[in-house]
Ligand binder design. Sequence first.
Ligand code: ATP
Length: 465
Amino acid sequence: MSEPLTEYQGKATMEKITSLAKRRGFVFQSSEIYGGQSGAWDYGPLGIELKNRIAQNWWKEMTQLNDSIVGLDAAILMHPRVWEASGHVENFTDPLVDCKQCKTRFRADQIPEANLAGKKCPECGGALTDTRKFNLMFKTHIGPVEDGANTIYLRPETAQGIYVNYKNIIQSNRMKIPFGIAQIGKAFRNEIVTKNFIFRTCEFEQMEMQYFVQPGTDEEWFNEWRKRRRAYYEKIGIRMDHLRWHQHGPQELAHYAKDAYDIEYLFPMGWKELEGIHNRSNYDLTRHTEYSGRDLQYIDQDKHPGGTSRFIPFIIETSAGLTRTLLMVLCDAYDEEKVADKGNAEGSGDDWRTVLRFHPNLAPITVAVLPLMKKDGLAELAQDIRNELKEDFATDYDQAGAIGRRYRRQDEAGTPFCITVDYESKDTGTVTLRFRDSMEQVRVSRRALAERIRSEIKGYTPRRV
Ligand code: ATP
């Protein structure tokens, strides 16, 4: 039995979010004029700003605010032996079944057990094929000759780039355990079923951090990183009652994992994984030692009391999808609000607004500057103010149409602050500052604007209606 829809799910449907994303230039279908390419999406002007902002915010949290974590940007193409060592060539598979009748393809672990056992298609009731294993890695060739010796893979996760560089980073940056390496980048998986917009795609981006710890301290660090990652979502204003933990049972645990928890988010289509926190034990580095013939032991100069001086570190991984986080942020921010009640019983003619309540640190546009009128020098004054704010904030300028409609446009883009330049601005040097969430307006002197916006961002608390 399906659970009743929450108020949020009633408002924020995938359909509305997909259509808003396209209409406002967040996300477009890839190669749309050719009928679209499934599993791939393009990020438009607002989408790339939002994606960059999410990535920068995560990067700052991991590196700038954390003395023990450094960054890396490894190549997507890696030596093919990496994927043998990591276990991906052998184990990175999904179980696949096809319906012989309607030809729909399913992941066997995602259809009801009764259907699988009875070999019955959940869509049309037709017969299902046997379950086959299907490797999710994209394979291609490097160089002009297409033969097995030239096989190369598009990386299915960014993590391996970190493991193969771990010794380089210890040596170049004198890192001492415990320490971490953070990386953001593209990953590719030949997903059997891609649906729900950008939730599951063949090309996506990950934000991964691998934390290298002494064996025996891994469980403690695992719990610590679970705590930190949850706290992070609170910091960026996500509804905490839309997050929950899911611990992997023995059947679900990946081949490398000692323990694993997902942070799940309540998407419009239900609870789904947002980020995985994994205790990968010493699996990866042990395997790379074996396959590369290099000694990947950590040499502990300080000799931990009771510890050994040479060991293969354990790894705690936090692995979040950047593009999936973007979808989560869009869903979480989405709201529809009645702004004027016309008072008639059936509600017709009431005025509604769609608003994306992004945290100001994530919003694609931070400040929009709007002249009340184009004439009488107001447009020039507004442009001038915008130019002044450009250095410090992502700004927009809009002089087209009635002011109310311009506010609605900015609400829908998630712009937290609008500045309106009116006749009084010319005389007094003040402007109105309008807040997206409350729609309140205050008068602020032009000279104090930047400082005021900065302090509003710092003190921002999410407003839920
Ligand atoms: P699933 O079992 O749902 O296929 P997974 O558990 O294998 O996914 P991980 O390998 O743990 O996923 O990937 C870490 C994170 O990367 C996920 O939490 C998700 O945010 C993101 N991610 C993984 N696969 C995809 C994809 N196909 N599209 C978008 N994001 C993805």
